[in-house]
Design a protein around this ligand. Structure first.
Ligand SMILES: Cc1cc2nc3c(=O)[nH]c(=O)nc-3n(C[C@H](O)[C@H](O)[C@H](O)COP(=O)(O)OP(=O)(O)OC[C@H]3O[C@@H](n4cnc5c(N)ncnc54)[C@H](O)[C@@H]3O)c2cc1C
Length: 294
């Protein structure tokens, strides 16, 4: 076979895709094609078989079940932007989706494709960790439900096995007085982020009852910023508490783990992280009904 040529197979269901993957273990899944097709064009990938999963209805769309927004893995960013429930109930993820690439990328790219094999600066890893999302996968023998934090823990890979399909992303619905946000510094030369921070917090009786903060573009994969969360939990939200908490953003991250590449040095990323953490917290607080700008 010539490089760049491959057998194209279209999956009609998740089980069909898994059967095709079992028959062709080195096959690539084609969802939106926004990473795979450039990789093939640039000779970075040379699959013999490509299995198209983009038309499987069962893993496409957004549904609200009980207190969870279930997002099918093959749902495009554009479809997510149109989903009102996502904007209202999962603001950090909705905001992260809205700043990905350009309209063309958002029309084709999918949430599953972004999370399955993310590049180090993908925007969604921080947002799913901060949203306390569950990643659902299906393999030949079983379905697995993995917390987003655990999914990205096997840094630099993910917890997705080679014979599995990512089928959905389940996001808990925000309760009253909850706000979420995602802020990013865009790379000057690429549309990807240099660094992004997602935050989600709930305020009860003036105090922070739950808080999740995570960053991407700092280490190889999205990483939770637990020291920031610890500094906020139980505290009364104000400019001082937010600034103090954000100043702890680097506390749990070893300097050797920081990305240092041709886009930005590790020192620059370390400088940016507390500032973007503060911005994400301020915006999330505002959406939770607390003005911390004063
Ligand atoms: C110009 C440009 C700008 C971009 N800017 C950004 C940006 O700002 N932020 C950002 O985060 N991303 C950005 N991207 C990347 C984009 O978001 C990709 O679409 C995304 O990373 C991959 O999603 P996809 O559906 O296109 O996957 P595909 O390209 O179809 O697949 C990518 C990989 O994931 C695997 N895969 C796909 N779906 C599944 C699944 N359900 N289960 C298991 N494996 C699966 C495939 O086998 C393949 O290896 C950009 C891309 C381009 C071309």
């Amino acid at each position: 076979m010539h490089p760049g040529t491959f057998e194209y197979l279209s999956a009609e269901s998740v089980d069909h895709a898994l059967d095709l993957l079992a028959d062709h273990p080195d096959a690539e899944m084609l969802a939106g094609g926004q990473s795979l097709l450039p990789a093939i064009t640039n000779d970075e990938a040379d699959p013999d078989v490509v299995v198209d999963i983009g038309e499987i209805d069962a893993i496409r769309g957004v549904e609200v079940r009980n207190d969870v927004v279930e997002i099918g893995a093959a749902t495009t960013y554009a479809e997510l932007q149109d989903a009102e429930r996502l904007r209202n109930d999962a603001a950090a993820l909705a905001e992260a989706v809205s700043v990905i690439g350009d309209e063309q990328v958002r029309n084709r790219g999918t949430i599953g494709g972004n999370l399955a094999h993310p590049v180090r600066v993908s925007d969604l890893s921080a947002a799913v960790i901060a949203s306390d999302a569950t990643i659902v996968t299906k393999g030949p023998h079983s379905e697995r439900r993995i917390t987003a934090a655990e999914f990205f823990a096997p840094n630099p890979a993910t917890d997705l096995a080679a014979d599995e399909l990512l089928t959905s992303v389940d996001v808990p619905i925000s309760t009253v007085n909850t706000g979420g946000a995602y802020v990013k510094q865009q790379s000057v030369t690429m549309r990807y982020s240099l660094l992004g921070v997602a935050a989600r917090l709930t305020v009860e009786g003036g105090q922070v009852s739950t808080v999740r903060v995570a960053a991407n573009g700092v280490t190889e994969r999205g990483v939770g910023l637990e020291p920031v969360e610890d500094a906020l939990r139980g505290e009364r939200l104000g400019a001082d508490t937010v600034e103090t908490a954000a100043s702890r953003a680097l506390d749990g991250i070893g300097t050797e783990a920081l990305i240092d590449d041709d886009q930005a040095s590790a020192a620059y990323r370390a400088d940016l992280l507390p500032t973007y953490t503060e911005q994400a917290l301020e915006r999330a607080a505002e959406r939770a009904g607390v003005d911390v700008s004063a």
